[in-house]
Design a protein. Structure first.
Length: 323
């Protein structure tokens, strides 16, 4: 029995789905959405806030501020509400409207940076806003998920150690890449303790996290318009990039079987399915990390009008024909 006293104390990542029955995949999906933040981001959020409190960076008058495409913003809003703190989430138009509403419902302020910087990057524009805000308001504290080591340490100590315990025969692990916190925490743990395990990073087409050409992306969570400082590509065995239309197709196939998952989760599962179709005989036990659930994507990836607007009629037809 789990008993908690505050919302941020619930961090339950010990739920797995065997995808053989639903998709015919020899893959276990580690579901990280069963907490009050609804995603894996509760782990680094708790760790970053606690580290800042321990180091004296957060005082009684401090206001947290962070740039986020969505899930970390919700996690910090949960923690701020739980701890009686103020929080400002700086996001952009790609953030799901449902996610923004949720952050506000938790008592936090949402600032939408609706113009990218000169290079076309919303991420750079969000970070510039946070820097400017902190320069004007000395009591505002930027946790900086993009460079904060507490981001990956949370997954080194929690996500990876739980995976190692639950799957002693694990040999292939698929991890989505946003800031790189989950990827680097797990990669560092397994390189130290079980270096034979294949670490496969999953990215979105149009992201430059592992070089490549930048391009438009409309599903928040994975991918980046600029290299992420936390990522060390030498710790990764392989990178798989997924088109967003394929992400939506996978999400809808799973939803038709009662499994409503988020865009980041759909991207990771798509990559795992592609890899296993070519290397299925080369693995005994494969696990993919599903960062989030799907309720926040109801008006986006599960909405035909939204899909048609961003991916055209051809993209929508492809999804509808194969779902």
């Amino acid at each position: 029995m789990t008993v908690i006293s505050a919302a941020h104390e619930l961090i339950d990542g010990d739920v797995y789905i065997d995808l053989r029955a639903s998709l015919g995949l020899p893959l276990h999906l580690k579901c990280e959405g069963f907490n009050f933040a609804g995603s894996i981001k509760i782990q680094p959020a708790v760790r970053m806030v606690e580290a800042a409190q321990r180091d004296g960076l957060i005082g009684p008058d401090s206001v947290l501020i962070e740039s986020s495409s969505g899930n970390l913003g919700v996690a910090l809003a949960v923690i701020a509400a739980s701890k009686g703190m103020k929080f400002i989430c700086v996001t952009d138009p790609n953030c799901n409207p449902a996610t923004m509403a949720l952050i506000r419902a938790l008592g936090a302020e949402v600032v939408v940076v609706d113009e990218p910087d000169a290079s076309g990057s919303y991420l750079a524009a969000r970070k510039a806003y946070v820097r400017s805000d902190c320069a004007r308001n000395p009591h505002h504290v930027w946790l900086n998920q993009y460079e904060n080591p507490a981001n990956w340490i949370a997954h080194y100590e929690n996500t990876a150690t739980l995976l190692a315990k639950d799957f002693p025969d694990l040999d292939t692990l698929f991890i989505g890449t946003g800031t790189g916190g989950t990827l680097m925490g797990c990669a560092r743990y397994f390189r130290e303790h079980r270096p034979e395990i294949r670490i496969i990073a999953v990215d979105s087409v149009g992201s430059v996290s592992f070089a490549g050409a930048p391009g438009p992306r409309h599903i928040p969570g994975l991918g980046a318009s600029a290299p992420m400082p936390l990522i060390d590509s030498d710790l990764v065995d392989e990178v798989i990039r997924i088109h967003e239309v394929d992400t939506i197709h996978t999400c809808r196939r799973l939803a038709a079987r009662g499994l409503l998952l988020g865009g980041s989760s759909g991207t990771v599962i798509t990559a795992a399915a592609q890899w296993l179709s070519h290397h299925g005989g080369a693995t005994r036990t494969a696990v993919a990390i599903a960062p989030d659930l799907g309720e926040r994507y109801i008006n986006t990836i599960y909405n035909d009008a939204w899909v048609g607007r961003y991916y055209g009629q051809d993209g929508l037809d492809k999804i509808l024909e194969t779902s």
